[in-house]
Ligand binder design. Structure first.
Ligand code: FAD
Length: 569
């Protein structure tokens, strides 16, 4: 639940008091702050400055403009200068860069990029929403023609022209995160052969490695070359006007164009030069009302550091949802309303060539990094709707929860249908401090074409409940090579023959009731099946007959992913 706190009384804004609010940066955070502030106070003077040509555009749509999925550039324009003026009486100055802040005089210096003319503007309140800039590592060749980052409409336009004019056939995308993968999809739409160069051994760094495996298999199946575990060393120009991306390993990846998507960095220069507090991640430090260390300056969006409600740590999270909500909170705070930004839990989704990957909350590796150890996790691989209805597609789902209280800490899901719906439900449960019991109990939509009477979200909650109440003690996949437990595979012999854990013995669930006496009672038994369901049945049966079973969550499907990620032998 959001805890409401009172604003500091010295700074309470009286609606109707003539004041001048200047906003640096439009688009997501700045524009939403401006519009909300106008709705709260008709008397305030609002001016918004953006150095780009557009005050409000869909930067999330840019990759799709490159891919021609969105072919009409004007569709990316969310709101115009004129609209802000007519509808909200907000003065928008585009192609106008804010170059410095004088906090004692309460002025900013702005430069008209068309004329070069500089002037100062006075403020009562200043809002910084300059966003984050793509990281350009200081390596040879990153500024060569044909090397692009994607942040603005002109960036996308340049990439489109380059592809068309050069009849580009090959591309290297450096960085396998959200923007990199969206660019991969769209370059494939443009029929380029694409290679991804990624420093980590996986794509989608926010995911736990085993959860990225289905995505990597999907990308490979679509013909994308994944060059993983290797960083960028330099980019060279070829004689034929093409480029070569040279990796740290010495590998040479030819390309007609290169996309740099290795992350973004808060645009903190203005704030830093003005002496505002900057956090360890490079973001502007703000309080829960989005106010900086200067009581007359607020900051929102990609430029700020935010509180991660799961790990308790400060972080940066360059996503549009938080930026918009922060803009709204800042406006309310400026207008003297009682408000608070609750922090972030990193809910995100990306679609790549038909596959959807979504996550919310903490990953297992994120928790370990934060020093959290009192958690457990379950894996499941259900259909996205009832199996008897045609077209069910598998969802790979991982739920991480706190032990022993069952608080939900995070979830990741990969699949083709219904993925983001499950993650959105779990995200909402996290927001309300929900537990795995809440997920087991969640009353969700069901008709055969949409879900199941036990939805994957319910199943995840039930599995976690089974772990917490001792019905399904877990074995640790990562201990597989060290355990002296008996590895029992309860799949049918034909399934077992297709692949099984080393040293596993096969006793199918269908024969367990007649043959269980063959099993040892003086040894732990780790039970495995295809996805976890039959192993759960076997675990319950054996536990009630005096055996010591432990359940290998997610079954052989999870094992294969762990193995492919290099986590299990
Ligand atoms: P921005 O929206 O970047 O706006 C900052 C503005 O400030 C810019 O227009 C900039 O020109 C201007 N500016 C900066 N400095 C100055 C200055 N000194 N003077 C004047 N103007 C200045 N997020 C999602 O949640 N989902 C997605 O699918 C998604 N896809 C994305 C795809 C791409 C290609 C990109 C680039 C981003 C994507 N994002 C996505 C991230 C999302 O767009 C950002 O998190 C969000 O726009 C941040 O809002 P902001 O207001 O902080 O900054």
């Amino acid at each position: 639940m959001i805890q409401r706190i009172e604003p500091q009384s010295a700074d309470v804004w009286t609606v109707g008091m003539p004041r001048r609010v200047l906003i640096v940066g439009g688009v997501a955070g700045g524009a939403s702050c401006a519009a909300r502030l106008r709705r709260l106070d008709e008397s305030v003077e609002i001016l918004m400055f953006d150095r780009g040509p557009h005050v409000s555009f869909a930067n999330c749509g840019l990759p799709y403009y490159v891919g021609n999925v969105i072919s009409d550039e004007s569709r990316l324009l969310v709101a115009s200068r004129e609209m802000f003026h007519e509808r909200f009486n907000i003065a928008v100055h585009t192609e106008t860069e804010v170059t410095s802040i004088d906090r004692s005089a309460q002025t900013i210096t702005v430069r008209d990029l068309a004329t070069g003319h500089a002037r100062t503007e006075r403020y009562d309140v200043l809002v910084l929403s300059p966003g984050a800039a793509p990281i350009r590592p200081p390596l040879p060749g990153v500024d060569l023609p044909g090397v692009f980052a994607v942040r603005t409409i002109p960036d996308s336009r340049r990439i489109r022209s380059w592809i068309t004019e050069r009849s580009a056939k090959t591309a290297v995308v450096i960085g396998g995160g959200f923007i990199g993968l969206e660019m991969v999809e769209n370059l494939i739409h443009r029929e380029l052969a694409v290679t991804v160069l990624e420093k980590l051994p996986q794509v989608m760094p926010p995911l736990d490695p085993e959860m990225a495996v289905p995505l990597m298999e999907h990308l490979t199946s679509k013909g994308i070359q994944l060059h993983l575990g290797d960083g960028l060393a330099r980019i060279e120009a070829r004689d034929d006007r093409g480029l070569v991306v040279v990796a740290e390993s010495g590998a040479r990846l030819p390309a007609d164009l290169v996309i740099l998507a290795i992350g973004v960095r808060p645009e903190n220069a203005l704030a830093k030069d003005a002496g505002l507090a900057i956090g360890p991640r490079g973001g502007v430090v703000v309080d829960a009302q989005m106010r900086t260390s200067d009581p007359n300056i607020w900051a929102v969006g990609d430029v700020v550091e935010v509180h991660d409600v799961l790990t308790g740590q400060e972080t940066v999270l360059p996503l549009a949802g938080p930026a918009n909500r922060q803009g709204r909170v800042a406006a309310e705070s400026i207008a003297g309303r009682v408000t608070q930004f609750r922090g972030v839990q990193a809910t995100a989704v990306v679609g790549v060539l038909g596959m959807t990957v979504a996550s919310t909350g903490a990953s297992e590796k994120g928790l370990r990094r934060a020093g959290v150890t009192s958690f457990e996790k379950v894996y499941l691989h259900p259909g996205h709707h009832a199996g008897y209805y045609p077209g069910a597609r598998q969802i790979h789902l991982k739920l991480v929860f706190s032990v022993p209280d069952g608080r939900i800490l995070g979830a990741q899901a990969v699949g083709f249908e219904g993925v983001e719906k499950r993650i959105d439900v779990i995200a909402t449960a996290i927001q309300f401090n929900g537990t795995v019991h809440d997920l087991a109990e969640a009353e969700l939509c069901y008709a055969p074409q949409f879900g199941a009477a036990k939805d994957p979200v319910n199943l995840a909650g039930m599995l976690a409940e089974n772990v917490l109440n001792g019905d399904m003690p877990l074995a640790d996949w990562l201990e597989l090579d060290r355990t002296d437990a008996l590895l029992l595979d309860v799949r049918e012999p034909d399934e077992f023959a297709h692949g099984h854990l080393a040293k596993a013995v096969n006793l199918p669930l269908s024969q367990l009731r007649s043959r269980y006496a063959e099993l040892p009672k003086d040894r732990d038994i780790w039970v495995c099946c295809a996805v976890g369901q039959r192993a759960y049945f076997a675990t319950r049966f054996l536990a009630q007959h005096g055996y010591r079973p432990r359940h290998l969550s997610g079954g052989y499907t999870t094992y294969e992913a762990l193995q492919a990620a290099g986590l299990a032998l």
